[in-house]
Design a protein around this ligand. Structure first.
Ligand code: AMP
Length: 315
């Protein structure tokens, strides 16, 4: 495929042009068939400035690419919330530990853009290199506390939320969106980002979107491609255990007992369990009983070389 210029001029679908000629000013703006692609911060800012001048609202969906239906559900939610949708695609080295999969993380840019074109995304913000985000001399980091130190993901990935908060703060200040959509799939991340936006008085709304699952319950993830056929068959057990524990806890059974049974089932099935925890859905503080507030169950476990995370609320 031909190399894309720094910023691609949108093509206008012919049907839309035809109707724009005949219809009145009711047609607010032509829909682009292909998103613009910004490769540098100034290119991104030029597009955003045009839309702002026209009085349009903007929603941002941050991703690391390798897009699947989960990401697309976020894009659709963003589409309903704003006039313009920006999707960022950046595999952020700052949130990977040296032992993690930064170099092998799936990168499928061309098919990602094709998917986003179908969703009528207005702009893909895809920094052309890591140096665009972290130039020589870069020396600032956001160090989130509160939900970022809840002893869940942070216990196993100590620098992860610093990396996430720093890149998300940059994406926010680069794009200046009115809203940003994040998946509940990464529940602790959603809480960290929400807290950060509030703490830094960033003038945007962080919106959480429900987890999209395969028919057998496995939460969609770009990393599911790492699963062997046998692991893929085992993987839905995590969600089954979560859902069962949630039902029992909601009925009033003791949280500690139910979780210890759940942990045993997960480990017996061959997973290496990092955690299965019940937490307050907002603060992520430990909860001893359903009377302690809205409860969220969160799990992380490794199956072979793939680390899976998932969570559910109590109904
Ligand atoms: P990622 O590309 O994995 O960094 O994810 C980008 C965004 O998509 C994050 O806000 C994730 O929480 C969200 N996301 C990932 N998987 C899913 C899913 N299965 N359902 C809903 N949102 C998801």
């Amino acid at each position: 495929m031909a190399r894309r210029p720094e910023i691609a001029i949108p093509k206008i679908a012919s049907a839309k042009v035809a109707s724009a000629k005949t219809a009145s000013a009711k047609i607010a703006k032509p829909r682009t068939a292909e998103p613009r692609i910004a490769r540098t911060v100034p290119a991104l800012r030029r597009s955003v400035a045009q839309w702002r001048e026209a009085g349009e609202t903007i929603a941002l969906v941050p991703t690391m690419g390798a897009l699947h239906r989960g990401h697309i559900s976020l894009v659709r939610l963003a589409r309903r919330r704003a006039d313009r949708v920006v999707v960022s695609i950046f595999v952020n080295p700052a949130q990977f530990a040296p032992t993690e999969d930064f170099s092998t993380y799936p990168r499928t840019f061309e098919s990602d853009v094709a998917l986003l074109a179908r969703e009528q995304v207005d702009l893909v913000w895809a920094p052309q290199s890591v140096a665009v985000m972290y130039p020589e001399g870069f020396a600032t980091r956001i160090v989130p506390q509160g939900p970022a130190t809840a002893d869940l993901e942070d216990r196993f990935r100590p620098d992860f939320f610093q990396g996430v908060a720093t890149v998300v703060a940059k994406l926010f200040t680069q794009t200046m969106p009115d809203s940003a959509v994040f998946g509940e799939k990464d529940y602790q991340q959603l809480k960290v980002v929400t807290r950060m936006a509030r703490d830094l008085d960033l003038p945007l709304r962080v919106i959480g979107a429900p987890t999209v699952r395969e028919a057998d319950g496995l939460a969609l993830s770009s990393r599911n491609v790492y699963l062997s056929a046998q692991e893929r068959a085992q993987a839905p057990l995590l969600h089954r255990v979560l859902a069962l524990c949630a039902r029992k806890i909601a009925k009033g059974r003791p949280i500690a007992t139910i979780l210890s049974e759940g942990r045993e089932v997960i480990e017996r099935a061959g997973f290496v369990l990092d955690y299965l925890e019940a937490r307050h859905a907002e603060t992520l503080a430990p909860v001893a009983s359903i009377k302690d507030g809205p409860v969220r169950l969160l799990v992380a476990a490794r199956l072979g070389k793939t680390r899976l995370i998932d969570n559910v609320g109590l109904k």
